[in-house]
Design a protein around this ligand. Structure first.
Ligand code: DAH
Length: 341
């Protein structure tokens, strides 16, 4: 218990602090020297045994050394923290000169482009867009549309049945039924959507494809309204020079029924590969809504009449973009899809 002991403590401390590499080691060292049971504390506790003469001298020296130790610990702590901060800043350095990450912007699917275009045209003519379920009552998909009980499309081989009375809709026409049941005329709607038929997949067929349905019901609607509307639609879609022609056809839900052809938008009617050299391209089916359909949907055919039309969206997309294989629309190949910018 003397000056030498104090010098020894100081020397020990100095040796050890030089080896300190991190805050944890530093803390252990602090406890070892300044803690309650630490070397310095023990030394000071033992000072009571010193003589009166020695006590102030040794006490002063002890205080000095304790302060030195404290300051030294503090300084090393600051050094370590500074180094840690520098290391962190170095690690988190941002190189503002690096090129930014390119953001790959998606494009619209050709089918959606065509659908939006058709929607725009019909919205402009005062139609509204309605949606229908893809899982449909057989009643709405067939019965109420005046389809005969023995029609081939009702066959279990032709359509995807969930139950005897529920089928994946084979056409968008059941949306007509739903609309007439839900709303009072006048009605002016289109309804684009997915439809299902049990077809093998090839270049022109797919079990899933897309149609757009149209329906107009009001008092005094005549075939001339149908022809005028469809002709205007064709001109808006393919250009003002487009001509239309109506060929008689048969659909169960319309009477009379027709298919409408348009002059080929590629060659203008001269004849080219797109139109098989005929100058005409078939665009849609249409007709005056059959009285049986009106009645099935709660509309009095003596008071109201209307027309309906249906077209294949996939076919329009294929013709418009000169795509030779329907499967390309459904394969989600980005190399193909990214072309429709
Ligand atoms: N639903 C018909 C089909 O899938 C298309 C169609 C034709 C719809 C004439 C109509 C229509 O509304 O009037 O072939």
């Amino acid at each position: 218990m003397d000056k030498d002991r104090l010098d020894q403590i100081k020397q020990d401390f100095q040796e050890q602090i030089n080896k300190i590499g991190n805050i944890k080691e530093l803390d252990t060292l602090r406890v070892q020297f300044l803690g309650k049971k630490g070397v310095m504390t023990q030394f000071m506790k033992g000072m009571g045994k010193l003589s009166k003469a020695e006590r102030p001298i040794i006490g002063k020296k002890a205080n000095e050394i304790r302060t030195e130790i404290q300051e030294s610990l503090e300084k090393v702590k600051n050094d370590i923290e500074k180094k840690m901060l520098e290391a962190r800043l170095e690690k988190e350095k941002i190189d503002v000169t690096l090129p930014g990450r390119t953001c790959h912007c998606g494009v619209h699917h050709p089918l959606n482009i065509v659908t939006s275009e058709l929607e725009d045209i019909f919205l402009g003519m005062g139609f509204s867009i309605v949606d229908g379920p893809e899982i449909e009552w057989v009643k709405y998909n067939f019965d109420d549309l005046n389809m005969p009980k023995d029609h081939s499309s009702r066959d279990k081989q032709e359509s995807f049945y969930y139950r005897d009375d529920i089928v994946l809709r084979t056409q968008t026409s059941p949306v007509q039924v739903r609309t007439m049941r839900a709303q009072k005329p006048p009605l002016r709607i289109i309804s684009p959507g997915r439809v299902y038929r049990s077809d093998e997949i090839d270049a022109t067929h797919s079990p899933v494809f897309h149609q757009m349905e149209g329906l107009v019901i009001d008092k005094g609607i005549a075939m001339s309204d149908l022809k005028g509307t469809m002709d205007l639609f064709a001109k808006k879609l393919f250009g003002n020079k487009t001509k239309t022609k109506f060929r008689p056809h048969q659909f169960y839900f319309t009477e009379p029924s027709a298919e409408m052809d348009v002059t080929c938008f590629k060659c203008g009617g001269v004849g080219c590969p797109v139109c098989d050299n005929s100058g005409w391209v078939e665009l849609l089916g249409c007709g005056m809504v059959h009285p049986n359909v009106l009645r099935a949907c709660g509309i009095d055919p003596n008071e109201y009449s209307g027309f309906a039309f249906g077209l294949g969206l996939d076919r329009i997309a294929l013709t418009k973009y000169g795509i030779s294989d329907l499967r390309l629309l459904f394969e989600n190949d980005a190399r193909f899809l990214s072309q429709f910018n």
